[in-house]
Design a binder for this molecule. Structure first.
Ligand SMILES: [Fe+2]
Length: 345
């Protein structure tokens, strides 16, 4: 493609006149906003080590009482987007949240969708619209847009979880806001339904009010399914998606969630795709190679890869590695922007 003229090619008086009239010439910026062949992502490949996050998060527990923080979170910020913008990718926000014994994070609801992936600790819970969801290691709990939620902790050790939100996108759309509210009374019917029988309660309270029939996805069920699949399927990646069990669609509308099992000694190569991705190790250890850069990822570490990158997940250990994945595919598919390409080595 031909090189286009720059701002420097235009006379100063002309540029001043444009600015006074709130006008901008397109051609000096055209190759930036419409780059040839593939986007120029701000998202950088990187890993946040849990061993670095945890002591700083525990120190935050000493420095700032929960009443003064509301949510005690260290944001996993990608420097490619500017740390102050608190983005992991252009769509995904990541935060590591700490709740200490007997603390309570008060009820609120907001327009961005959130999920929590529990990293460590026991006996904390999230209440979503009055449905009390226990938080155990590896569980995924949804707090979708507009649903009241709060967090409590009946245990005696700190509980830490990973928050994943579509906040950067919703904020960019000038649609981000929160409402504070009263603690929601716990409903008698909890989120204990099993969809394995192919049956759902016709007048279930959540089903009637919201399009989120399942709010908690226990890790023990996801792990068992992955192990069962790995025993039946000798080749190819073992990956399961978190879906709405009533529709089979992604469990949330903007960000997609799945878990990949990388067997001992296995390398999983992912095809480059138009959506940026986030990886978080639930159990085990691996290496992640993103466009030739290799990072070690241990349990509770979190990595981020930009769009159209070549990604290898390499497990050199003697046990399987289970990696939680968040990606921007659902929103890109809805907008007709999603694509997958052949790998370029
Ligand atoms: Fe929230």
């Amino acid at each position: 493609m031909e090189q286009l003229a720059t701002l420097a090619d235009l006379p100063e008086r002309y540029l001043e006149h444009l600015e006074q009239s709130n006008l901008v010439p397109l051609w000096p910026s055209l190759r930036n906003v419409l780059p040839p062949i593939k986007p120029i992502p701000h998202t950088q490949s990187l890993v946040w080590k849990y061993s670095e996050i945890k002591p700083l998060l525990l120190e935050a527990g000493e420095l700032t009482p929960i009443e003064k923080a509301e949510r005690r979170v260290l944001v996993l910020a990608n420097p490619g987007h500017g740390l102050e913008n608190m983005r992991a990718t252009s769509v995904i926000y990541l935060g590591m949240q700490l709740l200490l014994p007997n603390e309570w994070a008060p009820a609120h609801r907001h327009t961005p969708n959130a999920v929590r992936l529990i990293v460590e600790g026991e006996k904390a819970y999230t209440t979503v619209e009055g449905v009390k969801c226990p938080m155990e290691h590896g569980d995924l709990i949804l707090t979708p847009s507009g649903l009241w939620h709060e967090h409590g902790h009946d245990g005696d050790q700190p509980v830490i979880w990973l928050d994943v939100l579509d906040l950067p996108l919703v904020y960019y759309m000038e649609a981000s806001f929160v409402e504070g509210g009263e603690s929601q009374p716990v409903k008698t019917v909890e989120n204990k339904m099993s969809y394995s029988a192919g049956l759902v309660p016709v007048q279930h309270h959540i089903r009637a009010e919201q399009n989120y029939p399942m709010l908690r996805y226990p890790w023990k069920d996801a792990k068992q399914l992955l192990i069962d699949l790995s025993e039946k399927q000798s080749e190819g990646p073992i990956q399961v998606a978190y879906v709405n069990p009533e529709t089979g669609e992604d469990c949330q509308k903007i960000i997609g969630y799945s878990v990949l099992m990388v067997r001992s000694g296995e390398t999983v190569q992912l095809q480059p795709r138009s959506a940026a991705m986030v990886f978080h190790v639930i159990e085990g250890e691996a290496e992640i190679k993103i466009d030739g850069k290799i990072f070690g990822i241990d349990q509770a570490d979190t990595a981020c890869a930009p769009c159209f990158s070549n990604i290898d997940l390499i497990n050199k250990s003697n046990r399987p590695c289970f990696i939680f994945i968040a990606d921007e595919a659902p929103i890109q598919k809805k907008l007709g922007l999603y694509s997958v390409r052949a790998r370029s080595e």
